[in-house]
Every structure is written in C-alpha cells, then in structure tokens.
Design a protein around this ligand. Structure first.
Ligand code: COA
Length: 146
C-alpha cells in the first residue's frame, strides 16, 4: 500500500462488504445490527485502499454514546490488511472529525493489539469498568485533542 487509506462515510451499499471484513458478524447478530444502525445514523466510516476504492480495509464508528462525549465504540481492520497502518489512519481520521476536546474509546484488558494501537496514537488510560465481560475488564482511554 503505497498511499495511506482513504476514509469516507459508510453507505447502505457497503453493508455486505462490512459484514465480510468483520468475522464477528458471522456469529453475532448484535454486531450486524450495531453496524447497520451506525451506517444508518452516519456514524460508521470506512477505510478504503488508496489504489482501489472498492476495497474496504477496515471501519470504525464515531458517536457520542459515552456520557455525551466523542467516543469510538469500535475499530476493525480486515485480517489481511493488519499491521499496515490502517488502524492508525482510522483513529487519526476520527481525531480530525471529532467535535469535542476529548476523544474517548475503550477495549478489553485482553486486547493487547488495540491497546498498542492506542498507545501509538497518543491515547492515555482513563479508568476501567468491571463486570461487562467476566474476568476481562473494559479499559477506557482518552485522547486530549490539541
Ligand atoms: C486492533 C486493530 C484495529 C489494529 O489495526 P491495524 O491496522 O493492524 O493497526 P496498525 O497497523 O495501524 O498498527 C499501529 C500500531 O499498533 C500496534 N499494533 C497493532 N496491532 C498489533 C499487534 N497485533 N501486536 C502488537 N502491536 C500491535 C503497533 O505498535 C503498530 O505499529 P507497528 O506495526 O509499526 O509496530 C486490529 O488488530 C483489529 O481489527 N483487531 C480486531 C478488532 C478489535 O479488536 N478492535 C478493537 C476493539 S474496539
């Protein structure tokens, strides 16, 4: 990938490709419903290959579901496109699109790749929530925007 991915709002017509790139949708109806709702609300963004706009490399959702703050509930990069900077591009895209001074996100304590990505992008820890997933606390992170 010579150029970085391009980000655009997801459209209804992207749903099949979004389900295809996110393996969780194969086993969780709730994930498919979440994506469908986020697309309908204009909160889902896709990263496409700079040289092939039809190829979706990943997606992320930006909403304000966390105490009314800018919040990224989900970022997913296609398996075959990982470790090529797509996750960084999605987070940077959200930093430039978020409205408030603080951009929150969260991930499980067990999700070390996501934590490494957040650290690389300058997010810092902002507490944790117990009792969501048994034995796997939800870690909250924030990026204070310049
Ligand atoms: C977490 C995830 C989004 C990262 O996406 P990505 O496009 O592979 O990330 P990037 O290529 O932008 O990685 C940037 C940096 O993050 C860190 N990182 C990313 N994946 C990592 C891994 N598996 N192990 C260690 N560090 C990792 C590295 O510092 C990396 O920089 P480097 O490649 O120069 O070493 C991807 O692994 C994914 O989709 N996981 C499944 C879905 C998920 O768990 N989403 C998070 C919950 S919201």
């Amino acid at each position: 990938m010579a150029l970085g991915p391009h980000m655009r709002l997801a459209r209804q017509a992207d749903l099949a490709a979004l389900f295809d790139l996110d393996a969780i949708t194969q086993c969780q109806d709730s994930r498919r419903e979440f994506i469908t709702r986020a697309v309908a609300c204009g909160q889902c963004w896709v990263a496409t290959d700079a040289e092939n706009a039809a190829l979706l490399l990943g997606y992320g959702v930006l909403d304000n579901s966390f105490f009314g703050q800018d919040f990224i509930p989900l970022v997913v990069v296609r398996d075959s496109a990982r470790r090529r900077g797509v996750g960084v591009a999605i987070l940077r895209g959200f930093e430039s699109r978020a409205l408030g001074a603080k951009l929150f996100t969260s991930t499980n304590a067990s999700n070390l790749p996501m934590q490494a990505l957040l650290e690389k992008c300058g997010f810092i820890g902002s507490g944790q929530v117990e009792n969501l997933d048994e034995g796997d606390p939800e870690l909250v992170f924030v990026k204070i925007r310049a």
